[in-house]
Design a binder for this molecule. Structure first.
Ligand SMILES: *Cc1c(COP(=O)(O)O)cnc(C)c1O
Length: 389
């Protein structure tokens, strides 16, 4: 069988099948060296840790393969990856991004990036008419989308955005953190760049901070982004890169299980008397469900949100009463997380006050439902899992 015949899940499970040539170890060694010996003629395969860390190689190669791209680059965080894309542009360049998106990036775009000279337009990305109206042919350099989008999980049509962006001479970048390469391949749908907060599902164990970009094409635009990483030193450490690769080996079974549990919770919560609405792309009546069916294969992800009928204070009280769900930010780990986003994002947040964001982990789905049900029904706090004394 040719290498390309093995399915992505098989390639991930064996991290592309690398074996250390010195020891025959199936897990890679961690090199901590910050520099590498040069030949007397000053030739060298690697020069310096800041952009030639051997720990990047396998994770970048696997990600390139999983996303069907031409190259990948690991970064210090998802934010480092995303901001490097924007900083590789030039002052005066026009960019379009969603009104509803990962909030730190939205804040950075409307704050620093705008002050430094990027011309930023935020729009409702689920509306192709708004996108058409916002594009300025020849001036718009980049369209940034996030699908499913935080924290309403709204679906943006990647293929349609790619066509519109390319017609205007712009490139399309997709924050695919929530979809993961398991469910969506943005490059195959026409996107130019894929970004991941590898802190989330790719690592999957809530124990590193990392980011990644995968490009459809190498060339001057990609080189500029990689140069940004090098000059800013926006790099992930050797141990983090190693943990990322370790996490990616189990990416497929993890996220499939999380998506299956999220789908079941969405179905059951949709008929819960205390819940006004469940936001989950897998629900047939969710706006964007049809697009999600076209561009997501095999599942709709492990993230959902609920809106609590009794309002903001009741939503906060639910988050205070849960026992098994952990009240914490972030997503994509093995432990299920619940968060009242409006409290976190503050008064400028567009997120409704009655919304609770749920990141579904790998616990028993019946336990997860029962815990939420008790909290939603006004029951006393359930017991947390406590370590034995
Ligand atoms: C967490 C997250 C980011 C930022 O990633 P960091 O690794 O925290 O810097 C960007 N986009 C989405 C969708 C995220 O969930």
């Amino acid at each position: 069988m040719q290498d390309q015949d093995w399915r992505a899940e098989s390639l991930a499970a064996q991290a592309l099948g690398w074996v250390d040539t010195v020891t025959q170890a199936v897990a890679p060694p961690i090199h901590m060296s910050s520099t590498f010996l040069r030949t007397p003629e000053y030739g060298s395969e690697r020069a310096y840790i800041r952009d030639q860390n051997p720990a990047f190689d396998q994770a970048e190669a696997l990600l390139t393969k999983l996303e069907g791209g031409a190259a990948a680059a690991l970064f210090a965080s998802g934010m480092a990856a995303a901001t490097s894309v924007f900083m590789a542009l030039k002052p005066g360049d026009h960019v379009i991004a969603p009104q509803m998106m990962y909030w730190s990036l939205r804040n950075w775009l409307t704050g620093y990036a705008s002050e430094w000279g990027l011309d930023v337009t935020l729009i409702d990305m689920t509306d192709p008419v708004a996108m058409q109206a916002a594009l300025r042919p020849g001036r718009t350099r980049l369209v940034w989308i996030e699908t499913p989008g935080n924290p309403l999980w709204s679906i943006t049509d990647i293929a349609a955005c790619a066509i519109l962006a390319h017609q205007a001479g712009a490139r399309l970048a997709v924050d695919s953190t929530v979809a993961t390469p398991v469910f969506t391949q943005p490059l195959a749908l026409g996107a130019d760049l894929v970004m991941h907060s590898a802190t989330k599902y790719l690592n999957g164990h809530s124990d590193i901070c990392a980011g990644a970009l995968v490009t459809a094409q190498t060339g001057a635009a990609w080189d500029r982004i990689v140069e940004m990483r090098y000059t800013l030193g926006a790099i992930v450490g050797s141990v983090e890169a190693w943990l990322l690769l370790r996490g990616m080996r189990s990416l497929f079974p993890r996220v499939r299980q999380q998506a299956a549990s999220a789908a079941e919770l969405a179905r059951r919560l949709a008929v819960h008397p205390a819940v006004a609405d469940v936001l989950y792309p897998g629900l047939p009546d969710f706006p964007g469900h049809d697009i999600a069916c076209r561009q997501m294969q095999g599942g709709f992800g492990g993230m959902l949100s609920i809106r609590v009928k009794a309002g903001t204070e009741a939503a906060k009280a639910v988050a205070a009463r849960v026992g098994l769900w952990q009240r914490a930010t972030s997503l994509g780990g093995t432990e299920s997380l619940i968060e009242h986003r409006a409290s976190i994002e503050g008064p400028t947040s567009p997120v409704p006050g009655d919304l609770l964001r749920l990141s579904v982990g790998l616990e028993d789905v019946g336990d997860l439902y029962d815990d939420l049900d008790r909290a939603l029904s006004g029951g006393n706090a359930t017991a947390r899992i406590l370590p034995p004394r």
